[in-house]
Design a protein around this ligand. Structure first.
Ligand code: OOG
Ligand code: MG
Length: 257
């Protein structure tokens, strides 16, 4: 049997992102399962690397119940981050570069030396050099921000842009820090880092395990996004977005008017 056209699907998703134009879901029609969807994601990210982008990290998706419920998919997923997706803290994006962008508050880790495959994962403080509050801008390439599990994996887990706040040394506990997402000074979402797999440190174990299944190793110096603590909120032109994580501080993003 001939399998799904991995390169062709990656090209469609890449063109949708480049032109900020939504496309219909494609997993059901093309018979894409989870493994084939990660192969599409690899080809989709390779398309970015081929034009000079650099891989700078990994992101987790659907590590909180709030996110799973919002998109109706209940499996933890992972995607790749490139240098071009990074927006400086306090920087701005143009909403018209995206289809239907949403923002969500996250916790970021700066990775230190990670174990070789087969070696046990050591202490969290050995694997992570620093932590920071972060904002992820997600933008599903599918119409109505609606997708199945293989669809969202193929679409690099809706990754579009991200902002990292100031790095701090790893605090004693990360498992119950208050999280706020503010839009134009008003609280839009409230949560806790406990929403991220009970403790965002678990997201790193999951990331190492799940990406490892597809032959991807996390690297020293990479950024790791542990997943949103709350549901995502649409990003409107002119909006000022701020995420606050207790003990870690704030990070902000503007949308050009
Ligand atoms: C999928 C990506 C989810 C997160 O933090 O949970 C994600 C989506 O919601 O479109 O990035
Ligand atoms: Mg996210």
């Amino acid at each position: 049997m001939i399998g799904p056209d991995i390169a062709g699907i990656a090209e469609k998703l890449g063109a949708a992102a480049d032109s900020a134009t939504a496309i219909p879901q494609l997993a059901a029609e093309t018979g894409l399962d989870v493994d084939a969807a990660y192969a599409v994601q690899t080809a989709l990210v390779q398309r970015r690397l081929d034009r000079g982008e650099r891989l700078v990290g990994l992101k987790m998706g659907l590590t909180s119940k709030a996110k799973m419920a919002q998109v109706g998919v209940d499996e933890v997923i992972w995607g790749r981050l490139t240098d071009v997706m990074r927006v400086p803290d306090g920087g701005s994006v143009d909403v018209s570069d995206f289809i239907h962008p949403r923002v969500e508050p996250e916790v970021a880790f700066l990775l230190d030396r990670l174990p070789e495959p087969g070696e046990p994962v050591g202490a969290f403080t050995d694997a992570v050099r620093a932590v920071a509050p972060a904002i992820e801008l997600i933008d599903s390439r599918y119409a109505n921000f609606t997708f199945s599990l293989p669809d969202v994996i193929a679409d690099n887990t809706s990754a579009a842009a991200f902002v990292i706040g100031p790095w701090s040394p790893v605090p004693d506990g990360l498992d119950n820090l208050g999280v706020l997402l503010e839009i134009d000074g008003r609280v839009a979402q409230v949560g806790s880092t406990a929403a991220i797999l009970g403790d965002p440190r678990r997201a790193l174990d999951e990331g190492i395990r799940l990406a490892g299944r597809h032959g991807v190793r996390l690297r020293e110096g990479w950024v790791f996004l542990a997943g949103a603590a709350t549901a995502a909120v649409p990003l409107r032109p002119g909006a000022h977005v701020r995420a606050v994580v207790e003990k870690l501080g704030t990070v902000s993003l503007k949308a050009a008017a």
